[in-house]
Design a protein around this ligand. Sequence first.
Ligand code: IPM
Ligand code: MN
Length: 359
Amino acid sequence: MNKHIAVINGDGIGPEVTAQSVRVLNAIAEQFGHEFTYTYCLMGADAIDKTGNPLPDETVEGCLNADAILFGAIGHPKYDNDPTAKVRPEQGLLKLRKSLQLFANIRPVSTYAALEHLSPLKAKQLENVDFVIYRELTGGIYFGEKKVAEDYSEASDLCVYTKTEIERISHLAFKAAQQRRKKLTLVDKANVLESSRLWRKVVQEIAPQYSDVVVDFLFVDNAAMQIILNPKQFDVVLTENMFGDIISDEASVISGSLGLLPSASVGAATALFEPIHGSYPQAAGKDIANPTGSILSAAMMLDHFGLHKEAEVVRAGVNWALANGFVTKDIDPVNYYFTSTIGELISDFVHNRVATDVN
Ligand code: IPM
Ligand code: MN
């Protein structure tokens, strides 16, 4: 299979973790006889430094022309500490999501036996935890009208949702639930927000089309608590943009490290694959970041291409590395391996595993 991938390294640890995913993808291509080609595109603080624009037109074009996008991370402290900056790295990612209509962000949460000790949860609570968050990605408060008074005495962000925006992601989430344990939990704040009440109404209207799926509704404050108290109750969690952002970072601690979680963003055009973590500037350039979230995002990309066997080999490589103590500093601050070493080990695993399979 020939696939063309747009690679956006982005900021901070983005280039380092993404390089390991490309390495693993190349190992897959070699072993399975595929051809993956790459176009590197600029976005974020990196793009602002080089072009003045967080999302140059060539990047959008490069992404539209690709079969998939592999993205690293975005953000730089110099903007975080300047709330008045008009041009910001994050604008690049938000504009890209909007331009490609990547309306559904899919974030699977799983646990690893070898990392149980890192989770703040007790081993018993971790058993059978396996859920996926369907986060709406191109609407809500992130994209509603923004205002700030010239003298900075007042500011506002509007949270808007249309029925169509809610419907399209809800259908994806219901379909995912049908393939899984047939439970869907809508997380909202319908006791307070009009936009949340619309979510509830639309989901209730759609539910009869998926009569084999049990639907549950949770207010986001309660959901935040339930994710820690009893995470195994969840199967598919459907939620709006900002609630999804918050509860997915929260959910990552269940696994043991934010560095482990992958995501896929899908919509009308090219799909995008990125780890859920941020740019982690303190670790940038040190070869210590965890490439797992990115490598598992690459596995989700392989699934998206229909290359399920290949995706399984990548996941097996990640499991093997974690189970054998081949981990980065976030997992084991004393006996740790470098980012590039983990990428190399997982690539070697891909080569060896497939060679063994063939014999
Ligand atoms: C994420 C990130 C982004 C978001 C930021 C960088 C704009 O936190 O992908 O979760 O809030 O969506
Ligand atoms: Mn986030």
